[in-house]
Design a protein around this ligand. Structure first.
Ligand SMILES: Cc1cc2nc3c(=O)[nH]c(=O)nc-3n(C[C@H](O)[C@H](O)[C@H](O)COP(=O)(O)OP(=O)(O)OC[C@H]3O[C@@H](n4cnc5c(N)ncnc54)[C@H](O)[C@@H]3O)c2cc1C
Length: 149
């Protein structure tokens, strides 16, 4: 799978300890009408339980200069409440964190959770979106970060 070049997202949600984020590249557009997207989340990740119980999440598509955010939200940590320290974000209309500087933010309401062995496929209906000002995307390829162009 390392040979599959992808963009990089941070899937945000609101857990019992506040804003939560998880780096994810298993993300795709599924349907246009209604607008549905899918993220695949490992069951051992805290994001799994949070999205299952809250029924909401946001997908933040990272821009080329947001590699540090990707690393930050891919790190297992016990102090999740500090993960957003110094990270600029606002709340979308549905209350999910939208990261400033992202190329795009999609707020979703959970439509369906499909069991997939050690992962769960979360299908979300897009309820709000925002396009950022950036023009270059962060890209993940063979375990390294690069960017478009
Ligand atoms: C480019 C990229 C793409 C990725 N794409 C995906 C993807 O599509 N889907 C996906 O599921 N993951 C993906 N990951 C991995 C994911 O970002 C990480 O596993 C991330 O840490 C999950 O965050 P979380 O907060 O949901 O879970 P975490 O809280 O980070 O991990 C959950 C578990 O770890 C435990 N834990 C907390 N701190 C520690 C510690 N110090 N030592 C040991 N255990 C601890 C927690 O108690 C909890 O049980 C990707 C990573 C990268 C770099």
């Amino acid at each position: 799978m390392g040979n599959w070049a992808t963009g990089v997202t941070v899937v945000t949600s609101i857990g019992p300890r506040g804003p939560h984020g998880m780096t994810a590249n298993a993300f795709l557009s599924v349907s246009l009408d209604p607008p549905l997207v899918l993220v695949s989340v490992g069951k051992e990740n805290d994001s799994y339980a949070i999205i299952q119980s809250s029924g909401r999440f946001a997908v933040n598509i990272l821009s080329a200069d947001q590699e540090a955010l990707s690393l930050r939200f891919a790190t297992r940590r016990a102090d999740h409440e500090r993960a957003f320290d110094g990270v600029p974000y606002v709340f979308g209309p549905g209350g999910q964190p939208w990261l400033e500087g992202a190329l795009g933010c999609l707020e979703c309401s959970l439509q369906r959770a499909v069991d997939a062995q050690d992962h769960t496929l979360f299908l979300g209906q897009v309820t709000a979106l925002r396009e950022g000002a950036g023009s270059e995307a962060l890209v993940y390829f063979r375990s390294h970060y690069t960017k478009t162009r």
